[in-house]
Structure formats: C-alpha cells, structure tokens
Design a protein around this ligand. Sequence first.
Ligand code: AMP
Length: 533
Amino acid sequence: MNPKDFQLNINSIFPSSLWTSGNQEIVYQDIKRYTYREFYDRVRRFANGLVNLGVKPGDKVAVLDWDTYHYLESYYAVPMIGAVLHTVNIRYPPEIIFYTMNHAGDKFVIIRDEFLPMVEKAATLFDFVKGWIVYSDTDEEIKTTLNPYYNYEHIVESSEPIDPPDIDEKTIATLFYTSGTTGLPKGVTFSHRKLILHAQGLAMSISYSPLNITEKDVFLGLVPMFHVHSWGVPYLAIMTGKKYVLPGRYDVKKILEMIKNEHVTFSHMVPSILYMILTYHEIEQYAKYLNGWKVIIGGAALPKGLAKMAKSFGITTVGAYGMSETCPLLTAALFTDDMQNLPEEEKFDYMISTGKPAKLVNLRIVDSNYKDVPWDNKTIGEIIVRAPWLTDEYYKDPEKTEELWKDGWLHTGDLAVVDSGGYIHIVDREKDAVKSGGEFIPSLILENIISEIPEVGEVAVIGRPDPKWGERPIAFITLKSKTTKEKIMDELFKFVDTGRIQKWWIPDDIIFIDSMPKTSTGKIDKKDLRTKL
Ligand code: AMP
C-alpha cells in the first residue's frame, strides 16, 4: 500500500494516542487497571496469538461477554489483523444467539467463562467454530468441554507483540445483529474507514454540545459493547485519550460505586438505564457524586420527566439519535451559539430533543415523493440519510438491503417533524405509529408529556385496534408514587388546555403495570406490550 494513501483503519488510532496519552488509564471494575501502553502491548500480543491460531483476514471472530477489558482488547486485536469482530448480543435467547453465530459463520469465539454452559449444551451445533478462546475474572483454572479451546491469558503471555499490518480502510472490521424487534435479527457490517470517521464525527459533534468534554473527562459507557459498538465510544475514548471505565455486567450499585471512585464525568445510555439508576433505592447516598455528570441519551426518545429528574441531581442530559444500521450517530441535540441566550426552559427542551444532524450527516425528512417537509413543527415525514459511516448492507440479505437503501438513501423508518429552529423531533417509528381516524397521533410526544406527571415512572403509548377510528392510543404506565387513572386523565386535560396536546390524542385507556418489558438492548418493548392489550 502507498504510504501517501493513508488508510483510516483501527490501527491508525494508536500512534498519536499513545504519544499524547500513553499513561492514561483503562479500568475494569475493581479487577483491572492499566495504562494505554500496557493495553496496546496486550492487544498486539493477542492479535499475534490469533494469527498463530490460524485466524485469517476476513474470518469472523465472535465475542460473548459483558463490557470488560478483554472485550475492549478484542475490539482492537481482531480488526487489527483484518479479521471481523462479531459482537454477539448475549441478551438474545440462546437459539437466536446460535442463529446469529451460524449466520455469521464465526470461525473463532472469544468467550467469558460465564457463557460456557450455554454453548456447551449445544456444542455439536457449533461445528463451524474452529476454536474457543476462554477467560475468566478469577485465576481459577477454566474447565470446559468445548474443543479445541485456548486460554486467552496464555495466548497473550506466550505471543510476541505483532507489528500491526497495513489494512485497507475498506476492509470490514465489525459485524453485529440488529435487535430484531420485528422478525429475525439482521446483520450489519462496518469497515475500518466507517468506524474511524464515525468516531471523528462523534468527537466533532460532542464539541458542539453544552457538555464541554475535555481531556479531563472520565468515560463510563452504559451501552453494551455488543450493541452498535457501544455507539463507537470504545474507539472514540481511546482516540481522544480519555480515562475509560468498563462496568462489566450492569449492576446499579457497582455502577454508582465506579462513578464515585473513578470520578466518572461522562456516560451514554438508553433512557431506561438512566431511569434504573435514578430510581435505585440507595440513590440518595450517591447523589453528590452525580452532580456534574454529563450524559448522552439515545436509542429512544429522552422523556422530559426523566430529564427533569436527572436535572434535580445536577446531571446534564443531551439527546441523540441513531440506529444499528447507522453506526449509530445521526443527530444530537447540540447547540449552536444562537441557542445560548434562549430562556432556560426552551433551552432544556432543545437539549432533550432529537437535535440536529451530526457533522457530515446529510439528513432529510421527506414525504413519499422525496419532497422535504417544511420546518413548521407539524408536517411529518420519514428520516432518510447519507453519511460516511452507514452500513452498506444487511449481511447476506440483498432483498432487505434494497429496501434499506431505496433510491440511494438509507431509509430509517422513523417519522419526524422539524421546528422553525431546525431541531428535529421524532414523533414515531413507522411500525409503531398510532393512526387514528386517518391521522397520526405522535406517540413519542404523548409519552414525553405523560412522563412529566410527577407520579409517572416509565410510559409507553401504543395503538389498539378500534372499529370506529382504526386505532386508538393506550398508555402503559409504571408509577413512582401512588395515583389513579382519573388523576392522570385530569393532568392530560390540563395539557390540552395549555395547547401542548390535542384532545383526541388522549389515550382511551391507561394500564398500570409493575415494570416495563425491555428489549435485549434495554429499550421499552412495544411488541411485548401489544400482547398485553
Ligand atoms: P436500534 O437499531 O435497535 O438501536 O434502534 C434504532 C431505533 O431506535 C431508531 O430507528 C429509532 O426508532 C429509535 N431511536 C433511537 N434514538 C432515538 C431518539 N433519540 N428518539 C426517538 N427514537 C430513537
């Protein structure tokens, strides 16, 4: 390869990052703490060990783990040698885990001891796997019936650090499967170039935000590493030299302890994780450590009620939007200078909105004839995008790929309006939209408003078939404190009086439930709620 033709690959992250931040720390719970230099050394040894085991460029190498330092090393070591990192969604049921691994054709599997029994039970099915690489948090010897198996730590100890090879930036680096809320999960792939440009886009976008991220910030990600590369933060963090804290399996008490002990200042997550943290029974004990915490919320709309709860702890929340197919960053609720002088309440509403296109993202909201909707805060269109980091395809699925990339635009299936300031507000997903009397009821706006009622914990609005109107909205609600349906209805009528919602949007019924069903990626599972109607 011509050195003048610089390749944007994962290996290109290290020279500058080690120079500026070689002594920066990576921390995994209270189990491991090491510097970027030590991390890089282990990554190169592990990468060499993989080559010696027979991993070839293009081979799929799966990982089954929570968010650990072994996972982070695999994020770099596997693509480093031109192989493809398959981040397996361990929250899927076992048969779907098998489906995705079989579909991917994983040659090697890097697996934490905790997941061995699940795989051992069905070992004969995994005849496409040529080797299992196992590890544990303890020093105890790992026992498994899987064959052949290798010990991760032995590989690292016994291998020389590899000289990272030149990897063409168009080489596929990662593969993972969508959450599969409708039908079987679909695979999406990302090249080295896309991952690097995405990390840069993310860094640029954050610098436009009111979050004021600097080199002193300490990151603790709470989007699983199996889902959309934890939104690219494992690449962003190392590229920008941040102290990076890895939480392992999510456990609220441990997360709060890490926030306290490691002085965490920045995290990203879906709304339900923030809700889980802020409603933890011992939260008051940690309240002072949350003051000043900067949190990006995406993956689902950030309900205003939750954002206000966070604000009462001194937490700044900012909304962002994207999807598995888009790496994921598409928009973030970022500020331009002209927003700074707005009244506090208005500023707050913008900060929790879907925001504006991230840098380099060409985003349009269009009707069915590709005509852009006016910025009037009421005309609904579909979000379609082009950007440097979108997936090229659904893996081995040309038909679905064609639907996704119809007419040269990636179709998100998300419906949105734009206000006069250019801020986007997602009102629904095409497949979740509630259509009543031929008109859309924007369920996300309705949920947002219901979330502001102080007794409401989490809320989801879905459409129930109705003989007269086609569909009518129903609200599922969990409660933080006691109230009645009638009181909630009264509150909703007040929102009608102040013009925030229309009368015919008011749900036909409110169903109280003890807890919201969640998808494998921690979002509210509307498919499951439909079965409860
Ligand atoms: P996934 O691919 O599982 O991460 O889901 C992506 C979908 O989540 C998008 O297509 C949206 O429907 C939804 N989503 C993500 N971020 C937001 C957001 N900020 N507001 C509303 N919906 C969102």
